[in-house]
Design a protein around this ligand. Structure first.
Ligand code: NDP
Length: 284
């Protein structure tokens, strides 16, 4: 068997086109969805992520603000900036690019962002809303992974989904989203014994560990849908996922490549969350 490749780039384009229609509809009512991204310091990877977020907004005709603050910005000054943007009616989505410098308490920062503008979905109120089945903003990477499954025609209801990884930004919200879509969900961690026993029982396998190629074809149930969230840089400079793509694609029914799978969906769902936030603000 050779798996169907889930083409994240083309699905991201399709999803962006759908959300652009919604953004255009808001614009006809005089509302331009707006995203503000704050970056503190000079981390090169963070700078690339932020530039890509701002670019995606521009492509869909959204308003965006890129606020670059020096690495020695005080926590109080950052909180003041967040308060200003929380109150700005042009801004519907607000995020602070992580990681922030060590002298800043990232939990304090995430809690300061208005839950109504928290398009990353990291505020405890939005985490709680997702956990109680009243989702407001789903974190973008798991949300994008879910959309990849849906757009690929993978049925979720009643299926056994296994999520490897329990981080707050990927594993846990992924498991909650799958649960909300009526999958039977298992979460595995570094402490799980006999990982392969669980993965071989998965109709849907989501891998988010940051461990290059740790899931091999012999650990996958024939016909399963495999979502590889991992992004790892190999010694040769190329990117690879947490799944060994070559052996996995011989067994799986569907599989995401790295790069070109989950990656393009993360920013797409950020833009989607911003437009949805603007729709909610317009409805008030
Ligand atoms: P974290 O390091 O925060 O979490 C990794 C999780 O994997 C932990 O829960 C850990 O378990 C678990 N884990 C590690 N090793 C094993 C193992 N051998 N068996 C089972 N579980 C294991 O990572 P993130 O969730 O932030 O990211 C995961 C991956 O996804 C990374 O490669 C990251 O680069 C990528 N990523 C990709 C994004 C995208 O846009 N495509 C966005 C965000 C992340 P424990 O809790 O027990 O330590």
């Amino acid at each position: 068997m050779s798996a169907k490749i889930i083409d994240g780039k083309s699905i991201a384009q399709e999803v962006r086109a759908e959300w652009k229609l919604r953004a255009d509809a808001l614009k006809t009512r005089g509302i331009t969805p707006g995203l503000a991204v704050i970056i503190v310091g000079e981390d090169p990877a963070s700078k690339v992520y932020v530039a890509n977020k701002v670019k995606a907004c521009a492509e869909l005709g959204l308003h965006s603000e890129h606020i670059a603050l020096p690495a020695d910005t005080s926590e109080a000054d950052l909180l003041a900036k967040i308060a200003q943007l929380n109150a700005d009616p042009k801004i519907h989505g607000l995020l602070v690019q992580l990681p922030v410098p060590k002298h800043i308490d990232s939990d304090k920062i995430l809690n300061a962002i208005s839950p109504d503008k928290d398009v990353d979905g990291f505020h405890p109120l939005n985490v709680g809303a997702l956990a109680t089945g009243n989702m407001r903003f789903a974190p973008c990477t798991p949300y994008g992974s879910l959309v990849l499954l849906q757009k690929s025609g993978v049925s979720i209801e009643g299926k056994h989904a296994v999520v490897i990884g329990r981080s707050n930004i990927v594993g846990k919200p992924m498991a909650l989203l799958l649960l909300q879509h009526n999958a039977t969900v298992t979460i595995c961690t570094s402490k799980t014994t006999d990982l392969a026993k669980h993965t071989r029982d998965a109709d849907i396998l989501v891998v988010a560990t940051g461990k290059p190629k740790m899931i091999t074809g012999d650990m996958i149930k024939p016909g399963a849908a495999v979502i590889d969230v991992g992004i790892n840089r190999m010694e040769n400079g190329k990117l690879c996922g947490d799944v060994d793509f070559d052996s996995a694609q011989e067994v799986a029914g569907w599989i995401t490549p790295v790069p070109g799978g989950v990656g393009p969906m993360t920013i797409t769902m950020l833009v989607a969350n911003t437009i949805q936030s603007a729709e909610r603000a317009a409805a008030k």
